[in-house]
Ligand binder design. Sequence first.
Ligand SMILES: [Zn+2]
Length: 285
Amino acid sequence: MESDQMQHTYIPPKNQPVRMVFILGNSYSGSTLLGFLLTSDPGIVFLGEIKSNVRRDKQLCSCGQVIDECTFYRQYVATFRALKESAFKKIRYFSPLRFIFRNTIKLDTETLSHIRELHSSITRRVADQYPDAAYWVDSSKSLWLLNAWLQVIPREEIKIVWIKRNLKSNIASFLKRGHAFFPSLLGAMLNKWLTAKFLSRNQLESLTVNYDHFHQHFQKEANTLSLFLKREIKLPTHDHHNHHATSGNSGTRKTFTYPFHGFRADTEWETVLSPWQKKITSWLD
Ligand SMILES: [Zn+2]
């Protein structure tokens, strides 16, 4: 047992920088769940979507505490909010369409220095609280933010994971949250196309993970993730308390305050989509 564990446990070199995992993908494609699954390795710290605003001090963090009692945010949230505000004020509303004709959007010196400051502040906070951390995970998914991170962090320090989900389930999730069918469909398809273009034009290495495989073939996805990150990703059996997400689906977040009960089959689209919506999504997927 002991030699078995030795073989599979990756021991990071001391004093290595804590690198970033950036999750790309459409909204409602399972990125929050993926972030939690990565924390089955205690050397990976999941922070949810860095782009999202931390709204209230009584908001629930995935660690099970409200923000002003959470060990990660308690004495950090004011700094974190202020740094994010300066870093994102000029770039948050970039239209994704700006990436149609460009590889990258160059940022001004002031914005770059704020982004750099935000990145080193988060990295320091993670390293202080988790001395053995190898990665922290940002599940923001947005190209404008990856575009910004790439201008202040060396490429080899960002690992990009793209989560994909079948169009029927993805669109059903949009509809459940009150979005209209056609704008959701158009947005999802455009985002997928732009993401592929951004990665290939910038010659970025990335790993694609398929949400549709989680329920029945999670081990396969876990193995490719383990190889890509050189860590040990598996089905979470117990909580290492290495996640502090305040963004994403609150139901998903709450699930992770309890022991993990496994995946549910992703079949809700069958009752959510109407017959003609099913037809259109089948044509396009
Ligand atoms: Zn927390």
